[in-house]
Write a protein that binds this ligand. Structure first.
Ligand SMILES: *Cc1c(COP(=O)(O)O)cnc(C)c1O
Length: 466
């Protein structure tokens, strides 16, 4: 492809994007295709001769688009959002065009220096104290893995990387039963093992792990000769939005000398609203490592996960490796690849910069407040429906409910709603029962979109009534 064709198609795709996003609400939210249907329309072998871009783009519309689930649809109420606002998309175009690999300061000084500043802008936006610095990672899973590896190295006196873990006894990590599966996986990959991830029961209004049970578990493990290595707390668990009591947890961690990591992948974004911090964020100052994904609620598109660190040295001592080919001469610089498991890094700070400058924090706060208010409103409406019950009330903009009937009835309603296509929701599990999750968080969602969900639920529920 020559550069004139590149520019031509670049303009065409920008126009395509405008049409797609402006008319997205006419599409079913979840793809309405059967498994294998997309693949069946594509050739099994790669082409020998190059093809025309016009033909390729025509196939995007004809074959690919019917197989897409529309995460930017205003009636996306499933999972958590993965918003992509226009300024962030433009920044991604620039980052993709320069295609720099930003592993070291030297391999793109602007990327490193903007990253440090964007982490600090976000720190201020979330009301975190000045001793936190941090790094941008691809996902919360990677940030949590980095934190668990750090726990492992601190608990083994930095011998895990060098000697491996055999003969070192059981390292134990503590987390709420409401934590995300990325914590389990981090424990698998770090060599800790599922059986050494101790799940503490969640209870109370915010479904935080029980501090007394946490203390007892640590105590019992120490007596049994195990080695407590760290505590992973959550603000906004994926199932029902559970939030741990961070003040109680950091007090225990301090007394026991344990490293702490906080998974605030989704709800961290809401902490740009100061009024939410009293209830959900008390004690956060004492946490060692915090992950939050601007790529969920803040519109800075996937992938963009920030890990804040109180003492980055602990993680650097775990992950830093400097073979000759990565050495650079010169002054005192930050090489962010020393902070993470992957070496290569995209220029992710650019989209944070574009987004914060283009929107400003005030507009983002207003959006989050709207989402929380609308979630509370529709929760009330669903509560009033005959035979429906609210299982967990709104934690920020997420709540769960059940329709009349058993677990199968819940799944039937979820599937029927998603086959209908006007809204998209997903199910979860809470205390052994299936629940239907509803979260408000898509950037273009209006109050009408949220209210429409109530009518759709009524209609679809009536249509599948036995
Ligand atoms: C989304 C989410 C994760 C996983 O995030 P990735 O960036 O996809 O790895 C972890 N924890 C919570 C609470 C989440 O909401």
């Amino acid at each position: 492809m020559n550069w004139d064709d590149y520019a031509h198609w670049g303009r065409k795709i920008a126009d395509w994007g405008k049409d797609y996003r402006q008319n997205i609400s006419r599409r079913p939210v979840r793809a309405q295709t059967a498994p294998g249907a997309i693949r069946a329309q594509l050739p099994n072998t790669p082409p020998e001769q190059g093809e025309d871009m016009a033909a390729i783009m025509a196939d995007v519309d004809r074959i690919i688009m019917p197989g897409m689930t529309h995460w930017q649809h205003p009636r996306f109420f499933a999972y958590f959002p993965a918003n992509a606002a226009p300024p962030s998309m433009l920044a991604e175009m620039l980052a993709n065009t320069m295609a720099a690999q930003c592993m070291l300061w030297q391999t793109s000084p602007a990327a490193t220096e903007l990253e440090g500043l964007m982490v600090d802008w976000m720190r201020q936006a979330l009301g975190l104290p000045g001793h936190f610095s941090g790094v941008i990672q691809d996902s919360a899973s990677s940030s949590t893995l980095s934190a668990v590896l750090t726990m492992r190295e601190l608990a083994t006196g930095h011998t895990g990387n060098r000697e491996g873990l055999s003969g070192k006894g059981n390292l134990r990590i503590y987390a709420s039963e409401e934590t995300h599966s990325s914590i389990d996986r981090a424990c698998w990959v770090a060599g800790i093992g599922q059986e050494n991830l101790v799940k503490i029961p969640a209870r109370g209004r915010d479904l935080g792990m029980d501090p007394a049970a946490l203390e007892q578990a640590i105590d019992a493990d120490s007596k049994a000769g195990h080695c407590p290595a760290g505590i992973i707390a959550i603000t906004g668990g994926t199932g029902v939005g559970a939030c741990d009591d961070l003040a109680a947890i950091t007090a225990i961690a301090k007394a026991e000398g344990l490293y702490t990591h906080l998974d605030a992948a989704w709800a961290g974004a809401a902490m740009i609203c100061p009024e939410l911090r009293d209830r959900f964020w008390q004690g956060v100052d004492g946490i060692d490592s915090i992950v939050f994904n601007p790529h969920k609620w803040l519109g800075i598109q996937f992938d963009c996960s920030i890990q804040f660190l109180a003492k980055p040295e602990a993680q650097l001592n775990t992950l830093k490796i400097e073979p000759e080919y990565l050495k650079t001469s010169g002054g005192d610089v930050t090489n962010y690849s020393e902070w993470t498991v992957p070496l290569g890094r995209r220029f992710r700070a650019l989209k944070i910069w574009f987004m914060l400058r283009s929107y400003g924090l005030a507009a983002l706060r207003e959006m989050i407040r709207d989402h929380i208010r609308w979630a509370e409103e529709i929760c009330e409406i669903i509560h009033a429906k005959d035979g429906f019950e609210i299982i967990t009330p709104p934690m920020m903009s997420l709540f769960t409910f059940r329709c009349p009937g058993d677990d199968d009835a819940q799944q039937r309603l979820v599937d029927a709603l998603n086959d209908d296509g006007r809204i998209y929701i997903t199910q979860g599990m809470f205390k052994g029962r299936k629940v239907i999750r509803f979260q408000v968080g898509q950037f273009d969602t209006t109050r009408d979109d949220v209210m429409m969900a109530s009518d759709v639920i009524d209609e679809v529920h009536a249509s599948i009534a036995p």
